[in-house]
Design a protein around this ligand. Structure first.
Ligand code: MRU
Length: 355
């Protein structure tokens, strides 16, 4: 992977950059210590960046894959103006194999498969790039809409808990759960954010705290295991999280630890909100048990900050997502509005809404 510095202000809402006919991704593996970009020029480098978590977060993965398809098509058309479509199939498969849980990746690929069927003969690059840019811009706008709907549910001067990173870095900009928090803070509604550090990858400590501090939103980090005690101590009104895939029945796959937060929230009478665009809802997945859960390298758990911390000889179980049953979710917020107590019928009806 080729690391570069770009002569642009580093900004969580511009972590995916199209410049000089290439894709640049703010390297989330090294934030906040280093602010460098990884340059992607084809499907292989884009898939590698997604797999390595240079870019992560369900919507950001979908947007990145969209640019990756445009890059791949440019390369394949140059290679064979007559046979590029067949060659591109391997690139779509490569991208689809990069991470299994975030459905926005497959949503983006399916959208492109549909678009490819309608394309006339000739160089496809301009049209496919325009599509990626549209997906990118639209995600940002949808997050702003979602932020407004979510903020409307939050009372004045609230303290909230969030998990993982769901901000500009994880999306096209503004964020899902963090977008709700940003919008609510702008309205004077959120006075304190408690962010789980999010072991093992520390998205909360490294990325969410970086975003909130830059926005001037008060944040206190806590070990993931501290969340229930924080709820028991009182004063928390909402737990607000994002999603990697929402099944048709409302079950939610999100960063490992989300499920235990939801259980603890219900026990303590704290409301639980899931904020995600409708592109994260997968009507083709019936329930949580059908969601493929990514298992990553045990080394991620056995090490911390590049150094081994676990006792020699210990193994590790490292599922990176878990499933929260729909009945533990009080509100699901999308760019189209709010689904209270989400279940199969409510979600199906929500997907019918057009705004
Ligand atoms: O493994 P990651 O960092 O890609 O996991 C990200 C999450 O679980 C987020 O909560 C989810 O993608 C929603 S973000 C907008």
């Amino acid at each position: 992977m080729q690391a570069v510095t770009l002569d642009i202000p580093v900004n969580a809402d511009a972590a995916i950059v199209w410049q000089d006919d290439h894709l640049y991704l703010l390297d989330q593996r090294v934030l906040p210590q280093r602010e460098i970009f990884i340059r992607c020029s084809d499907a292989g480098s884009t898939a590698a960046a997604i797999r390595a978590m240079v870019v992560r977060g369900a919507p950001a993965i979908g947007i990145t894959a969209a640019y990756g398809i445009a890059l791949a098509a440019r390369q394949r058309y140059a290679q064979s103006p007559a046979g590029w479509r067949e060659l591109l199939d391997a690139d779509l498969e490569l991208l689809a194999g990069s991470r299994p849980t975030a459905v926005n990746l497959f949503w983006a690929i399916e959208r492109y498969r549909g678009l490819l069927r309608t394309l006339p003969a000739g160089d496809p690059f301009a049209r496919l790039l325009a599509e990626a840019k549209e997906i990118h811009v639209r995600d940002r706008a949808e997050n702003r809409a979602m932020g407004g709907y979510g903020a409307a549910l939050i009372g004045d001067r609230s303290a909230v808990i969030t998990h993982c990173n769901t901000g500009g870095l994880a999306t096209g900009g503004h964020g899902t759960a963090l977008g709700v928090i940003r919008s609510a803070h702008a309205q004077g509604k959120v006075s304190q954010v408690f962010a789980d550090e999010t072991r093992p990858w520390l998205q909360g400590a490294r990325l969410t705290a970086w975003e909130l501090v830059r926005d001037g939103i008060p944040v206190q980090l806590m070990a993931d295991g501290a969340a229930a005690a924080r709820m028991a101590a009182g004063g928390i009104s909402w737990v607000i999280v994002g999603a990697d895939r929402i099944a048709a029945n409302g079950d939610v796959a999100n960063k490992i630890g989300t499920y235990s937060l939801a259980v603890a929230a219900r026990h303590h009478g704290v409301k639980f909100m899931v904020a995600a665009p409708t592109s994260t809802i997968d009507p083709g997945t019936a329930g949580g048990a059908d969601i493929p859960i990514e298992a990553r390298d045990p080394e991620e758990v056995l090490h911390c900050g590049g150094a081994r911390v676990a006792a020699p000889g210990a193994g590790a179980w490292n599922p990176v997502f878990d499933v929260t049953p729909a009945e533990l979710v009080d509100a699901m917020v999308t760019e189209r509005g709010v689904v209270s107590n989400p279940g199969r019928e409510a979600i199906a009806a929500h997907l019918e809404i057009r705004r």
